[in-house]
Design a protein around this ligand. Structure first.
Ligand SMILES: Nc1ncnc2c1ncn2[C@@H]1O[C@H](COP(=O)(O)OP(=O)(O)OP(=O)(O)O)[C@@H](O)[C@H]1O
Ligand SMILES: [Mg+2]
Length: 357
């Protein structure tokens, strides 16, 4: 079986290393378009870190989150609790973290389970985590908390919205206590916009973009995997620097045919999505308001990409923008206030579909 090695990301890795070298003081939001390599970067870097760091990694992607209990289960991984994360009641917190440096989920002893589940209070879970991180510190190591796909918390409510409790907890861990580094990753740019405009986070967080590879990185990646110059030209033309797409390209037998197939498939998906809105209509929820999605407005938003690769965030009406982001067609970068298609393939497909729309 062919295994494709992790490629580059030197700049991003250095940025994260610099953050880890200093005392925890700000929350780091790792963001970027879908499939740009955020999770891969985080997991790769985690493996490279010295024993000095204890990384607690939680990926909410596959978790069903609709209540406080779901949230707690996703943090503490209760379903596999008996043999992995929940240890014997006799074990102390210090013993619990004594040898581990890379941990999926938050380990917990039986002694504390009732406490974190009690009264539906996120504060109980958070104060347990602070205790655990303090033990890590006492053992001479630096705790690092990583929450991947943070947007999944989005609408969970525990008395009030859970996300605010979580942000307060993150601020506590970083700016207030300087106890634990916090990284939160997301590819949901509407969620990121919300984070970016959140008053409580002003001056308390930083943003780290993990974008698709640029041309030089893409060319070097393909060359390292034995792709010819002509092959690399075709890959860049269709896939741009989207790692997942490049991996698919490298792995397939007939590469030219594969790119055409990916392109035709994406065109088909886009046409179907637009056809559905045209024939049946659609709606999205913004705050507590349900809003109609209009086919004509979607088309005029997409037509802007016929001549341009990116547009200003406010050139598109809010409903169309949110719909196209939700459908993973467009990506909004709140830091530059620009909108672009999620990938080069999406840009080309949009242009093709808009020719006949
Ligand atoms: N630096 C890299 N070197 C080699 N392959 C990579 C690299 N980054 C990403 N990939 C490939 O791209 C795929 C998608 O990456 P990954 O899942 O990390 O993206 P993501 O940004 O976390 O996606 P999502 O937006 O869905 O969270 C990986 O499974 C891997 O095959
Ligand atoms: Mg990911």
């Amino acid at each position: 079986m062919k295994r494709i090695e992790f490629h580059n990301r030197e700049k991003e890795k250095q940025e994260i290393r610099n953050i880890l070298d200093a005392e925890p003081s700000l929350i780091t939001f790792v963001y970027g378009p879908i499939n740009s390599g955020k999770t891969t970067l985080i997991t790769h870097l985690t493996c490279e870190l010295s024993e000095e760091y204890v990384v607690f990694y939680i990926n909410l992607r596959t978790k069903f989150l609709s209540s406080y209990d779901d949230f707690i289960e996703s943090l503490f991984e209760m379903e596999i609790a008996t043999d992995r994360t929940v240890r014997d009641g006799e074990e102390t917190l210090a013993e619990l973290i004594s040898s581990a440096t890379k941990i999926t989920g938050i380990p917990i002893t039986k002694e504390f389970i009732d406490y974190v589940f009690k009264d539906n209070k996120p504060k109980n879970a958070f104060s347990y985590m602070i205790k655990l991180f303090e033990e890590v510190k006492k053992s001479g190591k630096q705790p690092v908390l990583v929450l991947d796909e943070l947007q999944k918390i989005g609408d969970v409510k525990v008395n009030g919205p859970l996300i605010y409790e979580l942000f307060n907890f993150f601020i506590d861990l970083t700016k207030e206590l300087h106890l634990c580094h916090v990284f939160a990753a997301t590819s949901d740019s509407i969620f990121l916009e919300r984070v970016y405009s959140e008053a409580m986070l002003k001056g308390r967080c930083r943003y780290l973009l993990v974008d698709d590879f640029d041309y030089e990185t893409t060319a070097a990646f393909l060359k390292g995997c034995g792709v010819t110059d002509e092959g690399a030209r075709v890959a860049w033309e269709y896939c741009g620097g989207k790692p997942v797409c490049l991996v698919e390209f490298i792995n397939c037998g007939n590469r030219e045919e594969k790119t055409k197939e990916m392109f035709t498939f994406r065109i088909g998906e886009l046409e179907t999505q637009l056809k559905l809105v045209k024939e049946l209509g659609d709606e999205i929820t913004i705050g507590s308001k349900r809003c109609d999605v209009h086919y004509e407005k979607l088309v005029s938003a997409l037509k802007m990409f016929v001549k341009r690769e990116e547009i200003g965030m406010n050139e598109v009406d809010e409903v169309s923008k949110r719909y196209l982001v939700k459908e993973n067609i467009l990506f909004v970068d709140p830091l530059t206030a620009m909108i672009a298609p999620q990938s080069r393939l999406d840009l080309l497909a949009i242009r093709e579909v808009m020719e006949i729309a």
